[in-house]
Design a protein around this ligand. Structure first.
Ligand code: SAM
Length: 236
């Protein structure tokens, strides 16, 4: 299911004020652990990155974790998103925390990243890929701006493959998530978000896209069963 870019941006602009609270409620706050594990894994693969890009940064949680972890290293951390109200919240969080390594927040399009080739050691994206109108172009762009030897990592939701888990998750996506989302945010956006998970590519499909984007050593790690998967590969 590919939505129009301006619809996606409009939808995230509307739910921005509720986004963090709903994320934590709907995942029982486990989403914080998923992002922490993602950062840990990436920093095991690239020990001291000098430049990190977080694409589809939203309200900045993953970007800010990198800033925290790299605070004494002088690394440059950039969070990019095309929805102004999401980045406004990210900026407010930064101001509150007084990070030593202040991230740079940029408004921009993941499908046409405003960077030269090979600028970053690491490019990441958390829960953004399935929202892109053209996910394959998004992956190619991340590979383009990451230099050889660097890592491209994507954290994303998928529908579990088998029986009870699949149906349980399906019920959660279609029965619980849109209703709770609607009650808290007053928006139908969570209906779209549920569908975007149910209709998104399989983990194997995303691995294939990563290879097609020129990435090598493509790997997957199940972070929460097969429902949340960390995909990553290296630029050669
Ligand atoms: C589900 S949120 C994920 C936010 C954050 N990474 C997180 O972990 O919570 C998806 C984000 O992707 C952004 N997005 C979608 N399409 C985009 C595009 N073409 N360029 C930049 N950002 C985009 C939306 O604005 C939204 O903030």
């Amino acid at each position: 299911m590919l939505a129009e870019k301006k619809n996606v941006r409009g939808m995230f602009a509307r739910i921005a004020p509720f986004y963090d609270a709903l994320n934590h409620i709907l995942s029982f706050s486990i989403d914080r652990l998923w992002r922490k594990r993602t950062v840990r894994r990436i920093l095991e693969a690239v020990e001291t990155p000098r430049c990190v890009l977080d694409v589809c940064a939203g309200t900045g949680d993953l970007t800010l974790l990198f800033s925290e972890r790299l605070r004494d290293s002088g690394a440059l951390v950039v969070g990019l998103d095309f929805t102004h109200p999401m980045l406004e919240i990210a900026r407010r969080k930064t101001a509150r925390k007084k990070y030593k390594t202040q991230p740079i927040w940029l408004e921009g399009d993941a499908l046409c990243l405003p960077f030269a080739d090979s600028m970053f050691d690491v490019s990441t994206m958390a829960f953004g890929l399935r929202n892109l109108t053209d996910p394959q172009t998004g992956l190619r762009e991340m590979a383009r701006v990451t230099h050889p030897g660097g890592v491209v990592a994507v954290l994303e939701f998928h529908l579990p493959r088998h029986g009870v888990l699949r149906w349980g998750y399906y019920f959660y996506l279609h029965g619980i998530l849109p209703v709770l989302g609607n009650v808290v945010s007053g928006s139908k956006a969570y209906r779209y978000l549920s569908r975007s998970i149910a209709e998104f590519a399989s983990p194997e499909g995303v691995s294939e896209w990563m290879r097609e984007a020129g990435l090598r050593e493509v790997q997957r790690e199940n972070i929460f069963g097969r429902a949340v998967v960390l995909h990553w590969g290296r630029v050669l």
